[in-house]
Design a protein around this ligand. Structure first.
Ligand code: PEP
Length: 252
């Protein structure tokens, strides 16, 4: 079973000084943890100062998004090589907020995925269904289509090491967490899709993490399912106490 990954997505929160305070508290609690990997994803403006603070620690740094071209006349954009340059090892791709508010399509997400892999960044590819899709019992069809399109043209070698985040949209920021049964069953299904798309070995080694109102009091039960290999945490990652408790309670 893959080693769990606990990733904090800070979204559009934290000034540089607030980010340094939070990253410092997480580092002092979780640096050197051997049972899991810990990753934080601050906003762009805080990446470099947080990278400097984390230097030499085991806490990993990721970005929340980027543009697929490496450089050029793309005002306002940030590329994979620029993220690597400031010390990022990971990048979140295809978060439902990007898909919804910034109209990112599966085609754009596929370009980002390939650009991240080519640059040596580990992508955390987010997939997940809306409440409407779940209520209409078309979650599996939807996830199958999303993964097929997002992974188009990605070869096995490149895919190794990437992370999938299952984030049911109805659970993100709503306080409604998927039950361990729903998360586990859906993530097991995602693993079968990965086995079909690549092969069994790769699918079994790939981390599939859960995101959607993960909290200290529900993390342990979710992580007990063999197909839940960690968390992408939004709201509860904005305070050191709750993020650290999610990690600690899960690993008890
Ligand atoms: C997220 O945005 O990736 C997320 C999981 O948010 P929250 O934990 O706040 O539901």
């Amino acid at each position: 079973m893959p080693k769990p990954l606990f990733a904090g997505n800070w979204k559009l929160h934290k000034t540089v000084s607030e980010a340094l305070e939070l990253a410092g508290a997480i580092k002092s609690e979780l640096d050197g943890l051997s049972e899991a990997d810990v990753l934080i994803c601050p906003p762009f403006t805080a990446l470099k100062p947080v990278a400097d603070l984390l230097a030499g620690s085991s806490i990993l740094l990721g970005a929340q998004d980027f543009f697929w071209e490496d450089s050029g006349a793309y005002t306002g954009e940030v590329s994979a090589p620029l993220l690597k340059d400031v010390g990022c090892s990971h990048v979140i791709i295809g978060h439902s907020e990007r898909r919804e508010y910034f109209k990112e399509t599966d085609e754009m997400i596929n370009l980002k995925l390939k650009a991240a892999l080519a640059a040596g960044l580990t992508p955390i590819l987010c997939v997940g269904e809306s409440l409407e899709k779940r209520e209409h019992h078309v979650t599996k069809e939807f996830l199958s289509k999303q993964l097929t399109e997002d992974l188009k043209g990605v070869d096995r070698e490149a895919a190794e090491g990437m992370v999938i985040a299952y984030e049911p949209i109805w659970a993100i920021g709503t306080g409604k967490t998927a039950t361990p049964e729903i998360a586990g069953e859906t993530q097991a299904f995602i693993r079968t899709l990965l086995a079909d798309r690549f092969d069994r070995d790769l699918a079994e080694g790939m981390r599939i993490i859960y995101g959607g109102s993960a909290k200290p009091d529900n993390a342990r039960a979710l992580l007990a399912h063999p197909d839940v290999n960690g968390f992408l945490v939004g709201g509860a990652s904005l305070k050191a106490d709750s993020f650290v408790e999610i990690v600690r309670f899960s690993l008890l």
